[in-house]
Design a protein around this ligand. Structure first.
Ligand code: HEC
Length: 440
């Protein structure tokens, strides 16, 4: 188990520091976010994140997985059997997917982590060398041609040569409420039928109770936990429990917290989104940190850049990777209402709008990030107790929590990410070790 230093007791003598960045660094957000941690005093833990291919919860818990047939499999964590094998697993799985040849994608990604806490906050610092040749500052992008706006862009999976997409750093947390999470981590949320894993059809999803047209109104399957299905194992995406049963699971805290730093859709405001996984991947309640900048009824952008702030109304292609230009569209900071007369043929606007989050969805707005010579650094600062126990995992000093971290690097989405094996964090030096933990 990784035990965190409480800087209050551990590092009393050290002065507080702001994030120091090299001169060639590009800060992903304009305001520097103060981090009261002396990172030099916090141990660096290197983890190898690996490409998980099509390995799903149902595969892990089936005889096709050799581990499943071992005695006491149910009580063991992935790390009990696979610690140190991450790179090998990634090499194997990337070949199965042919992505090494198709997109030149590596099977694994070494990442340097530092974990710390003070009385109020958990800090997670991560640094990795990115395969994106520049900080990925676009997601859905709007192009103006012959009097019409169209949405362009797409991830490297769909658009291997000229991806226009973001990168992501995601943290999943449980507090011991979700059965099997401490052993199987994020694989609990990964199932056949989900986007890009034997994707269920739109009409089949719409027909589902709870998820489809009579419920959430969704047209695809995303992350979900097996507790929300009437059958735990096997192909079960369509075996959804009743709304009452799912509400009860939520009230009992049987969901996992999921927070995602997004290089285009949250980094520009120093934020990460805040969500949770139960029968679907949800946003927390309140105002999310990003939304569409496109009115689907009129097919027009809602906002453009306020030239008096940015020096331009819209983007040209050469601006995409010009780091002297801030190209995020941030509500109330550099926006003005869309005015067609100011736009020229062939210009672009961001299809997504960054904004200040509110309520539970706005819990993560102190996330610093930078891109320095091809390396991303993200410093996640999250309240131990967010005040929103109905959709966040509340952490306490002395407590032990199960974590899984994912990085979408090289402008990809869905399962084309790198993941850690699940691991445990003890908050503070007095934290009790988790029975199943094998981390030092
Ligand atoms: C009790 C030990 C054990 C546990 C726990 C375990 N595994 Fe395995 N796993 C194995 C063994 C044994 C193999 C076969 C290895 C081999 O053939 O070299 C295997 C194979 C794999 C493979 C290779 C797949 C392939 O195509 O060959 C993956 C991926 C994998 N496990 C992932 C996981 C993940 C993720 C977890 C946790 C959710 C996990 N395993 C838990 C023992 C285990």
């Amino acid at each position: 188990m990784i035990k965190l230093l409480n800087i209050k007791t551990g590092l009393l003598l050290l002065a507080s520091m702001t994030i120091s960045v090299a001169t060639s660094a590009y800060q992903m957000n304009e305001q520097e976010i103060k981090s009261d941690i002396d990172w030099q005093a916090v141990p660096v833990i290197e983890k190898t994140l690996f490409f998980p291919g099509m390995i799903t919860f149902d595969w892990i818990n089936s005889p096709a997985h050799k581990g499943f047939t071992k005695p006491d499999f149910a009580k063991k964590t992935c790390s009990n059997c696979h610690q140190g094998e991450e790179q090998g697993l990634g090499d194997l799985l990337i070949k199965n997917d042919h992505l090494d040849k198709m997109a030149g994608k590596a099977g694994s990604l070494k990442t340097q982590f530092q974990f710390a806490n003070d009385d109020q906050f958990l800090y997670v610092k991560a640094t990795w060398k990115t395969a994106s040749p520049f900080p990925a500052r676009l997601h859905d992008t709007l192009l103006y041609k012959k009097g019409k706006w169209t949405i362009i862009g797409g991830d490297r999976g769909k658009n291997p040569y000229t991806p226009i997409y973001e990168d992501r750093f995601s943290i999943m947390i449980d507090d011991g409420s979700v059965e099997q999470f401490s052993q199987q981590g994020c694989w609990m949320s990964c199932h056949r039928g989900a986007r890009d894993i034997g994707q269920a059809t739109k009409s089949d999803v719409l027909d589902l109770d709870v998820i489809g047209r009579n419920g959430l109104g969704k047209t695809d399957i995303r992350k979900y936990l097996p507790d929300t299905r009437t059958e735990r194992y096997g192909l079960n995406w369509d075996k959804v429990k009743t709304q009452e049963e799912i509400d009860q699971l939520k009230a009992d805290g049987k969901f996992v917290d999921l927070m995602q730093w997004r290089s285009a859709r949250s980094a520009p405001t120093g934020a990460a989104d805040d969500g949770y996984v139960l029968e679907y991947r949800h946003n927390d309640a309140g105002r999310t940190v990003f939304t569409w900048n496109f009115d689907k009824k009129t097919s027009l952008p809602k906002y453009m850049f306020d030239k008096s702030v940015t020096g331009f109304y819209a983007l040209n292609k050469e601006d995409f990777n010009d780091l002297n230009k801030r190209i995020a569209l941030i509500e109330g900071v550099n926006t003005m209402p869309y005015d067609a007369s100011k736009i020229e043929e062939g210009q672009y606007l961001q299809g997504r709008l960054n904004r200040k989050g509110e309520g539970s969805a706005g819990d993560n707005q102190q996330v610093a990030s930078s891109w320095t010579n091809g390396k991303y650094t993200v410093i996640f600062k999250r309240k131990l107790d967010t005040g929103h126990p109905e959709e966040d995992k509340i952490m306490k000093i002395g407590g032990t929590y199960d974590f899984n971290i994912a990085i979408h690097d090289g402008q990809t989405t869905t399962r084309y990410h790198y993941v850690t094996l699940p691991f445990t964090l003890g908050i503070g030096q007095d934290a009790q070790g988790s029975v199943n933990s094998t981390e030092q």
